[in-house]
Design a protein around this ligand. Structure first.
Ligand code: FE2
Ligand code: FE2
Length: 286
């Protein structure tokens, strides 16, 4: 615990030193040119799939615009949920002084929510609605509840990180979009570090018996399926001019190249961490 508290203090210090940069950080352009890449072609949901070669560069660019809006919308709505859930438990979770960092986490997520929401509204005039979190709230013990909150946050953040990294480093992407991804990447790297340490702290009590373990495993597998499913948004496909978006979604969700990306790139870190905590989640296999 002491090492964890020291680490949380260091993370807090970085947050304090950089405080409130997001509201001042960006020069918001009037518009994002239509023929720019709004998202890295490598980050598209068709990337590395069997259908990728059916798309022309122009079609990919259209898709990139609406997948940018989809991911930014998911960030926006997911961060709202995160803030609600973390706020709900922040004064009771057993993390000692390391709890103080949660104030920075919430503060930073609030800033992210602001810029993702503003981006979508400024440049396309809408945010895609959240269909992710219609899970019925169940009654759990406190230990299970707290572990689930942080594990769900981590799943959401690690998937988001995959997109931050690809877009921030891709020189083809519009510079403003890259800048936003870079800013988000910097904050999220700290959140993910904190999330890993937190789950290690909470694991022993939360996973103390087999029935709790089973319950947590089931809940997290559901969360993963919802988070991955939300990336393949039929409305974004339709907005980008693709007919039969539902069909494309189904195809991509079972495409071997995509499953490989889910397992090896998006979920690898979180599944490894959970395994270290004593929880083996199902691997998506063909
Ligand atoms: Fe965020
Ligand atoms: Fe975060």
């Amino acid at each position: 615990m002491e090492k964890f508290i020291a680490r949380a203090k260091t993370l807090s210090k970085v947050s304090i030193d950089q405080h409130n940069t997001a509201f001042r950080r960006f020069q918001w352009p009037e518009s994002i040119p239509e023929d720019d890449w709004w998202f890295s072609p490598d980050a598209l949901t068709i990337a590395h799939s069997e259908v990728e070669s059916n798309f022309t560069e122009d079609q990919k660019k259209h898709l990139a615009k609406w997948e940018c809006i989809n991911i930014f919308s998911l960030n926006n709505t997911g961060e709202l949920e995160l803030i609600q859930e973390v706020s709900r438990i922040m004064h009771e979770v057993e993390l000692g002084e390391a709890r103080e960092y949660l104030h920075h986490l919430i503060d930073e997520e609030n800033q992210h929510m602001w810029y993702f929401n503003k981006f979508c509204n400024n440049y396309v005039g809408k945010v895609y609605p959240n269909k992710k979190f219609q899970l019925k709230k169940q009654e759990y013990s406190k230990d299970v509840d707290h572990f689930l909150v942080f594990a769900r946050v981590l799943i959401f953040e690690e998937i988001g990180h995959y997109f931050n990294i690809l877009n921030a480093k891709d020189a083809r992407v519009n510079p403003f979009v890259r800048e936003i991804n870079e800013a988000h990447y910097q904050d999220e790297a700290r959140h993910i570090t904190y999330g890993h340490r937190t789950l290690e702290q909470l694991a022993e009590k939360a996973l103390a018996n087999e029935s709790a373990k089973e319950l947590i495993r089931e809940e997290l597998e559901k969360s993963i399926a919802i988070n991955i499913g939300a990336l393949y948004n039929p409305t974004a496909y339709r907005d980008s001019g693709i007919k039969q978006g539902m069909l494309l979604r189904e195809k991509l969700l079972s495409d071997p190249g995509r499953i490989n990306i889910h397992e090896q790139k998006m979920l690898r870190g979180v599944k490894r961490l959970l395994k270290r905590c004593g929880l083996n989640l199902m691997e998506e296999v063909l």
